[in-house]
Design a protein around this ligand. Structure first.
Ligand code: AHR
Length: 305
């Protein structure tokens, strides 16, 4: 348990860390899983890993199993924001600190987690909106936007929608004509884009996808439909994964907003600081940027994920 580990000297103790990950839905997620797994084991700690396959009930089971196994700490990337009170309370009662990674939970009692390290998803949505406003400043409109949302109820889907809408709603030439979930996957992104094209066709000016994988799936759908992604339809994604840089270098995607998954080492530093007795900030943001088509070729070889 926590006390036992903390009583050993100086924060150098080997911890047993349970990691409940969302799934393997995107390039981003794969990079994030590796970054966290490697950081834990490279620091000499023991890792217990569980992939929830994007299902909340699997995460609740995984956390309960970590509690039964008496891990020292739990790293938790919640698939959706709500519905985790009970299990987080169980971890608290067992004296096991929770380190929220990447995604937030929506619970009243913030003593249920030690810290939350992740990106500012609302800000990412705003960046996407601001880029579009600037790109379209000389266009009279209407500008018809279709939106591919992330997993229903997840923090990045809720927040990226909110931040984007906040910006584009200031000018009523921007119209979000369709908005549906593609569950953060390429396959669903393609499928839902096909449906958008079927009902709206040439009417679509812009695709805003909550992640690059869905944008990449949609690009395929647009090409199969006979339109040019990046030209006939402006493509905006989030994450800045390699696949997006490749699409941008090919002229098929216009911009990607960075969401950096490589925070494993920073996360392990926080866990160790906690066990060394430090009080952590409740909210720690990951720093990030955004990249456009004209930068893609130059930056592609240096991208780490
Ligand atoms: O929570 C982060 C989001 O989850 C990433 O942007 C997306 O690709 C992933 O599936």
């Amino acid at each position: 348990g926590e006390e036992e580990a903390a009583s050993e000297e100086g924060g150098d103790e080997k911890l047993v860390i349970g990691f409940s990950q969302v799934g393997a839905e995107s390039e981003w997620r794969t990079a994030n899983t590796k970054s966290i797994q490697n950081a834990i084991t490279d620091a000499g700690h023991e890792l217990k890993f569980s992939d929830a396959q994007q299902k909340q009930e699997n995460q609740i089971k995984a956390i309960r199993s970590f509690i039964t196994q008496k891990v020292d700490a739990i790293v938790f990337s919640p698939v959706v924001e709500t519905g985790f009170e009970t299990v987080l309370q169980e971890a608290k009662d067992a004296g096991i600190p929770i380190f929220l990674a990447d995604r937030a939970v929506d619970v009243e009692d913030d003593s249920l987690w030690a810290t939350f390290l992740g990106s500012d998803f609302v800000e990412e949505g705003r960046k996407a909106g601001n880029w579009l406003v600037e790109e379209m400043k000389d266009v009279e409109g209407p500008v018809n936007i279709v939106e591919l949302q992330g997993t229903v109820g997840s923090a990045p889907a809720n927040d990226r929608k909110e931040g984007f809408e906040e910006v584009v709603s200031a000018d009523d030439k921007f119209k979000i004509i369709k908005s549906q979930t593609g569950d953060f996957t390429r396959a669903k992104g393609k499928e839902v884009m096909e449906a958008f094209l079927k009902s709206e066709g040439d009417n679509i000016d812009v695709l805003y996808a909550h992640n690059d994988d869905m944008a990449i799936g949609a690009i395929q759908a647009i090409e199969e439909y006979g339109l040019k992604p990046g030209e006939d339809i402006i493509i905006i994604g989030v994450d800045a994964v390699k696949g997006a840089f490749e699409a941008m270098a090919d002229g098929k995607m216009n911009v990607t907003i960075e969401c950096n998954p490589l925070f494993g080492p920073q996360l392990v530093d926080l866990i160790e600081a906690h066990f060394a007795g430090e009080t952590l900030d409740k909210r720690i943001a990951v720093e990030e940027s955004m990249y456009t088509m004209d930068q893609a070729e130059e930056l592609l070889p240096t991208r780490q994920y």
